[in-house]
Each structure stands twice: as structure tokens, then as C-alpha cells.
Design a binder for this molecule. Sequence first.
Ligand SMILES: [Zn+2]
Length: 92
Amino acid sequence: MNLPSRNDVPPLGRPSGPVLPHMPYGTNWVCRDCQPPAAWPCPDARARLLKEYEKDRIGMHLYLAAAMVRACQDMPTMPAGLLLGRFIGWAR
Ligand SMILES: [Zn+2]
């Protein structure tokens, strides 16, 4: 099976529209805007997600789960538990 890579698909949750700040970049899923580069979701991205999904926490978790699945594909040697904590563990 040939799954699309992260770079083949539009930004998560934003099939069209403006490019948002603090979005993931590259196959290491680092923040596009943070300096030095931070693992995505960076603190600013997390704050934005919490605000954007304030009334739809299930939707936020689905979004983050989809991102984690793509990250697992992009970083196949990264332990899944680390990705789980990074992408979803903070969002309780
Ligand atoms: Zn950032």
C-alpha cells in the first residue's frame, strides 16, 4: 500500500484557506515558525488548537490523531509512545 506522505496532502484541517502560523513542516514535524525549531505541536500551536477547538475537543483529538498517524509514517523509527505523548498526551 502506498500511503500519501505528509507533503502530498493539504494542511490538516485546512483544505483551503490561509496558511496558519505554527504549522508542522517537513518529515520531522517541526514547527514552521518557532526558532529554534520546536517539535510540533509547539506551545503556540497547542494554544491555538485549544482555542480553535474550544467547543469541539473530540474534533481536536481526531485532528491530532490524524497528525500522529502521518507522523508515524514520516518517522517510522520514532517510538509510538513518544509520538502519542507529543501529539495527544498534552491535550487532556
Ligand atoms: Zn511554533
